[in-house]
Design a protein around this ligand. Structure first.
Ligand SMILES: *Cc1c(COP(=O)(O)O)cnc(C)c1O
Ligand code: SF4
Length: 367
């Protein structure tokens, strides 16, 4: 069995009340230094990253391996090299959420890219800042949580566009809102139709799983059909506390999916991806998407080529159960949407259909 249990600093005490604990989130160099020993490069990067500052929960820090400067979890949250300069063709809005008029942007709070589903930016807050974030731009805007006027307009839009089958709550992180504020949004949506599918995207199970309280599970249970999508990038992020919280959601009948981002130096090996796939299915979470990194400003140190990603995906096929393999996705910068990337097992040569098997041997397939 693959074992990813590291020597984490489980000595850090976490308050049961998640809202109180969030007030203790680490946002300054001085506060971080009381918990972690930093090197000079990290200190310099923290000082320079004012546009997308250091932010990490104490719970997440408790998962880090003390003294390991190469810890993948550390690299996801501690600012680093090239974060404050633009390299290659990095951009502010790398998935074209605002760039293109091919889809409607309502008050810049709703993105309607695909005919059947809309995505709502519920707020512009996360419990921590992932250094590779693709939606960094929203954090520099003063965006209030969705409510009142915005919500009425969104409800009217969804009612008017009868092709919309699903509403995705994203952000920021919808779980930064209180249960009451979240109830208000969910209730507005549920009143549109009992069939409308609601999907919540959240990284809170990694940042502070204490957010997944029994009351929260009860709230989601009352709003079905509802799918919950976690964001774990490394098996060590799936803590025992996260499992406890997610079991509450499973027991409430909420299907769980996971999306992650393929990141150089973090999870760019078949070994780590295998560990992630297995840990997810062991805990009842279906791997959904593995995103190719978007070209957001300052994320060059996490970059891989599409081919490197494809080779990792190829390594998973036949190694882990088929249903534990996520789709590898590229989100196009022009706003035209996500495209699945696949290793080409199927070839057409001289009007023949050629199939490559898992050993790399090519055989002709006769239709
Ligand atoms: C990713 C995304 C969705 C959801 O796409 P799925 O393929 O259904 O997961 C919807 N709207 C926007 C704008 C997105 O970026
Ligand atoms: S949780 Fe998502 S939106 Fe929030 S900082 Fe991380 S990548 Fe960005």
């Amino acid at each position: 069995m693959l074992d990813f249990s590291g020597g984490s600093q489980r000595g850090i005490s976490i308050l049961e009340n998640w809202q109180e604990e969030l007030k203790r989130t680490v946002t300054t160099l001085a506060a971080l230094q009381t918990i972690l020993q930093l090197n000079e490069a990290e200190e310099e990067a923290i000082a320079k990253c004012r546009d997308f500052p250091l932010k990490v929960t104490r719970f997440y820090l408790s998962l880090l391996e003390p003294g390991n400067g190469e810890d993948p979890l550390r690299k996801m949250v501690i600012p680093g090299k090239n974060e404050w300069i633009q390299v290659y063709d990095e951009m502010v809005d790398p998935t074209g959420d605002t760039a293109s008029l091919k889809h409607d942007v309502l008050n810049e709070r709703m993105i309607h890219k695909y005919p059947d589903r809309v995505l709502l930016l519920t707020n512009a807050l996360c419990a921590g800042h992932c250094r590779f974030c693709f939606r960094k731009r929203v954090f520099s805007e003063q965006t209030a949580p969705l409510n009142g006027e915005n919500l009425r307009e969104i409800v009217a839009y969804i009612k008017h566009n009868t092709g919309i089958q699903e509403v995705i709550l994203s952000g920021g992180d919808p779980l930064m809102m209180s249960d009451d504020a979240l109830f208000d949004i969910l209730d507005h949506l549920r009143r549109i139709s009992s069939h409308l599918v609601i999907r919540i995207h959240s990284r809170m199970p990694a940042w502070l799983p204490h957010r997944l309280t029994p009351d929260f599970a009860t709230l989601l249970k009352s709003m079905k059909p509802l799918w919950f999508v976690t964001h774990f990038n490394h098996p060590r992020e799936i803590s025992s506390e996260a499992i406890t919280g997610l079991i509450r959601l499973s027991e409430a009948g909420i299907p769980l999916l996971n999306q992650s981002v393929l990141l150089a130096g973090i999870n760019d090996s078949v070994r780590v991806q295998t560990g992630l796939c297995l840990s997810l299915i062991q805990n009842g979470i279906q791997p959904y998407y593995l995103h190719h990194l978007d070209r957001a400003l300052g994320t060059s140190r996490f970059r891989l080529t599409v081919n490197e990603g494809i080779q990792i995906m190829k390594g998973l096929r036949g190694t882990v159960p088929g249903y534990s393999i996520p789709r590898y996705m590229l989100d196009m910068p022009d706003g035209s949407g996500k495209v699945p990337l696949e290793y080409p097992y199927l070839h057409y040569e001289n009007e023949q259909t050629i199939v490559e098997n898992l050993d790399g041997h090519r055989q002709q397939w006769r239709d």
